[in-house]
Ligand binder design. Structure first.
Ligand SMILES: O=C1O[C@H](COP(=O)(O)O)[C@@H](O)[C@H](O)[C@H]1O
Length: 232
């Protein structure tokens, strides 16, 4: 079992503890530099965590929130990660936070990625907190097995920023921060729930190619220790 494994009795206990830990990191960044940055994942797992975090007492006006990855769909779309964050995180005190979306109303995903790279550069580097998720295929962010630009996304020499990704398991074209943008976050979290994902994590921790299970790049090569939060 990983040295940085945080195990909870249930998803609500996890959501509260992760919100406490992320809130404390953001508060420390604000105290040190006057601002804080947070990149979160989409999908079904982070909803309860988002709701808990939105209630944490912080000077949210000094926090900038963005996404680790996004579908190339407008925020009105049910599958938009922007929409998930707007509905569950950017409320209560956290409504004061600045949100920088990855989706941009551009003609192509490539054009949107270029705009998103420029806009997210204002968050500075490294990011203070990054919360990753993981799919049962071993993807994290939009680093999908078989992804069109997986090699480039995982290459540590690829610059910080947002690139496009297409993959069979991804549905829509995606926008994703590169590995280099995420791996050195001040607090780097992997949030997973359920016995299925615990088994996937165990598989990822065993030997094998990063291309088969891209989460391995974070487990093996991230400059910051990956803090794994899990509940059944
Ligand atoms: O496609 C995505 O899926 C992963 C995992 O989602 P979940 O529904 O299994 O929690 C997520 O981390 C990523 O941000 C999202 O775009």
């Amino acid at each position: 079992m990983s040295a940085n494994m945080h195990i909870f009795e249930n998803p609500s206990a996890l959501a509260e503890a992760l919100a406490d830990d992320v809130g404390a990191r953001l508060a420390a960044a604000i105290a040190a530099r006057g601002t804080a940055s947070l990149a979160v994942s989409g999908g079904s797992t982070p909803k309860a965590f988002f709701r808990s975090l939105s209630r944490r007492e912080l000077d949210w006006s000094k926090v900038t929130v963005t996404l680790v990855d996004e579908r190339f769909v407008p925020p009105e779309n049910d599958r938009s990660n922007h929409r998930l964050v707007a509905d569950n995180l950017l409320k209560d005190g956290a409504a004061e936070a600045r949100f920088v979306p990855l989706y941009q109303a551009a003609e192509t995903a490539e054009a949107a990625a270029a705009i998103a790279s420029g806009r997210t550069a204002s968050l500075g580097a490294p990011l203070d907190v990054v919360v990753l998720g993981m799919g049962t295929d071993g993807h994290t962010a939009s680093f999908f097995p078989g992804g069109t630009r997986l090699e480039e996304a995982l290459d540590p020499t690829t610059p910080r920023g947002v690139i496009t990704m297409e993959a069979e398991g991804a549905g829509e074209p995606r926008l994703t921060f590169t590995f280099s943008s995420l791996q050195d976050a001040g607090y780097l979290v992997l949030h997973i729930e359920g016995s299925g994902k615990k088994e996937v994590l165990a598989q990822a921790e065993a030997s094998g190619d990063e291309a088969e299970m891209p989460i391995r790049a974070m487990l093996r090569r991230a400059a910051s220790p990956l803090q794994i939060y899990w509940a059944p």
